[in-house]
Write a protein that binds this ligand. Structure first.
Ligand code: SF4
Length: 425
C-alpha cells in the first residue's frame, strides 16, 4: 500500500482541498500518513500570499525532501502556480500541479506514477483535519474577479468558478455519514459563488439547509460587498451559525480607494448594522492591514474609530508587506517598519478590549458547543467553540470525546480574558 503525505500551508481553501484529496486517495487504497512519518508520495499545497508565506512554503519543501529523499514530491498551490518555471527546474520536485489543475490532482498523480485511481473502499479516514479541529472545510468556490491592489491570490487562483450544489451536498452528506457535525463553506471570494453559473451564495446556503440535516453550517470569509439583500434571512435557520468574517482592511476611504476595495467605510458600517439587527448574538471578525502605502496618522485614527464602532469579536492584524507582482508594491509612500509596529500594537490593545467585551456579553447564556478536543491547559477540561465562534473551556468534562455537541452554561472569562469558561447543563 502506497503511503501518501498531504501537507498544506495558508488558507482554509488549501486545507479544504487537502481534505478532499486525502479522502479520494484513501478510497483508492492509499495510506494517509502524518507529517513526520515516512512516505512514498508527498503532496504540498503551497501558499504565496506574502513573501513570508513563500519562504515557509520553500522551507517545507526542502525539509520534506531532506527527510524523505526517496519520496516522490508533488507541489501544488499558489507558489506552484506563480513560480511554476522556477519550481519545475528545482531538484527533487517530481510533479507540479497548478491551481486550475487541482480538482484533477488525485487522477493526475495516480496516472503520472501509474498507481491505482479506482476507489476500492468506501469508508472514511478521519482525523483528516489539521490541528485536530472537528469541522470540515468544503471548497464551494475558487478564484476571484476583483483586483485588490495588495492581493496576489486573485492572480494565483484565476477566474471565479463554482462547485455545483449537488457536489457540495454530496460532500456534506458523506462527511455527516462519518460523524462530522459541522462544515464550513469556503472559497477565495465566497460571495462570488455562482457568478459563473447563474447561481448565488444565498440560494446555495438555502439549498444546503433544505436538503441536508447537517447540524451546524458556517460560512468562511466573505468580502463585504455583493451580499444579496435576502442573505440575512438565511440566519433564521439556527443551523447557520451567527458568525461572519468580513474583511474591512482599513477604516479610511482614501486607503480603501488605493486598495481598490469595493466597499466604503459607511457601507461596511451599514452592513454591520443590518447584520446585528437581523441576527441575534452575531459575532463579527475581520482583517485589518496596518501601514498600507500612504496611510497617514489621520487614516489610522479613522481605522481605530471604525474598528471600535464595529465592535469586532476578533481581528486578524496584518502588517502590510509589499508582495512582488501586486500594484500596491509599486505605490509611493511605503510605511516604515517602526510605524507599522507601533500601529499594530495599538490595534492589538483595542482588539483585546473589544474581544473581552464580546466574550463578557455571552456570560449567563446556555449554548451548544462542538467539542474540539482535549484542552491543552488542563486535563479535566475540554475545548470548543460557541455557535457564534467564541472559544470556550468546559470544566469537568474529561470523559467526553471530541466531535460531540453538548449544552454548556457560560459562566465567566478565563483568567487571561481570551476565552470563556463553561459548565455542562
Ligand atoms: S476580493 Fe479578496 S481574493 Fe479578490 S482580489 Fe480582493 S482580497 Fe484578493
Amino acid at each position: 500500500m502506497k503511503r501518501i503525505k498531504l501537507l498544506a500551508l495558508g488558507c482554509r481553501l488549501n486545507e479544504a482541498e487537502l481534505e478532499s484529496w486525502a479522502d479520494a486517495f484513501y478510497q483508492c487504497g492509499f495510506e494517509i500518513v502524518s507529517e513526520n512519518a515516512p512516505a512514498d508520495l508527498i503532496v504540498i499545497n503551497t501558499c504565496a500570499v506574502t513573501a513570508q508565506a513563500v519562504r515557509k512554503s520553500r522551507q517545507l519543501l526542502r525539509r520534506q525532501q531532506r527527510n524523505n529523499p526517496n519520496a516522490q514530491l508533488i507541489v501544488s498551490g499558489c507558489l506552484a502556480t506563480l513560480e511554476a518555471t522556477a519550481l519545475a527546474q528545482e531538484r527533487g520536485v517530481n510533479l507540479l500541479i497548478k491551481n486550475h489543475e487541482k480538482d484533477q490532482l488525485v487522477e493526475t498523480v495516480s496516472s503520472h506514477f501509474s498507481l491505482n485511481k479506482k476507489p476500492i473502499r468506501e469508508d472514511f479516514s478521519t482525523p483528516l483535519f489539521a490541528r485536530n479541529r472537528q469541522r470540515a472545510f468544503i471548497k464551494a468556490q475558487d478564484g476571484c474577479r476583483f483586483q485588490c491592489t495588495f492581493c496576489i491570490t486573485t492572480q494565483a487562483r484565476g477566474e471565479e468558478r463554482s462547485r455545483s450544489r449537488t457536489e457540495i451536498v454530496n460532500i456534506i452528506n458523506r462527511l455527516q455519514q462519518f460523524g462530522i457535525q459541522e462544515v464550513v463553506l469556503t472559497g477565495v471570494q465566497l460571495g462570488g459563488y455562482g457568478s459563473d453559473c447563474g447561481d448565488n451564495l444565498t440560494e446555495l446556503v438555502a439549498h444546503v439547509l433544505a436538503v441536508t440535516t447537517i447540524p451546524r453550517l458556517r460560512l468562511g470569509s466573505l468580502e463585504p460587498w455583493d451580499l444579496p439583500i435576502d442573505f440575512w434571512r438565511l440566519f433564521s435557520d439556527s443551523r447557520l451559525l451567527p458568525h461572519l468574517h468580513l474583511p474591512l482592511q482599513s477604516g479610511s476611504d482614501a486607503v480603501l480607494r488605493r486598495m481598490a476595495r469595493r466597499c466604503k467605510v459607511q457601507e461596511f458600517m451599514q452592513l454591520v448594522k443590518t447584520g446585528r439587527a437581523q441576527i441575534p448574538n452575531l459575532n463579527l471578525s475581520t482583517d485589518i492591514i496596518v501601514g498600507f502605502p500612504g496611510e497617514t496618522a489621520n487614516d489610522w485614527q479613522k481605522t481605530l474609530h471604525a474598528v471600535e464602532a464595529a465592535q469586532f469579536g476578533h481581528i486578524h492584524i496584518f502588517n502590510y508587506s509589499p508582495r512582488i507582482g501586486t500594484l500596491a508594491a509599486t505605490l509611493p509612500n511605503q510605511i516604515g517598519t517602526a510605524i507599522k509596529y507601533q500601529r499594530s500594537e495599538e490595534l492589538k490593545i483595542l482588539a483585546q478590549k473589544l474581544k473581552r467585551k464580546v466574550l463578557t456579553d455571552q456570560i449567563g447564556q446556555q449554548v451548544t458547543v462542538l467539542i474540539e478536543g482535549a484542552d491543552t491547559t488542563s486535563p479535566i477540561e475540554r475545548f470548543g467553540y460557541t455557535p457564534n465562534y467564541l472559544p470556550v473551556h468546559i470544566k469537568h468534562l474529561n470523559a467526553v470525546g471530541e466531535n460531540r455537541l453538548i449544552e454548556v452554561q457560560l459562566t465567566e472569562l478565563t483568567a487571561d480574558g481570551d476565552a470563556l469558561l463553561g459548565i455542562t447543563v
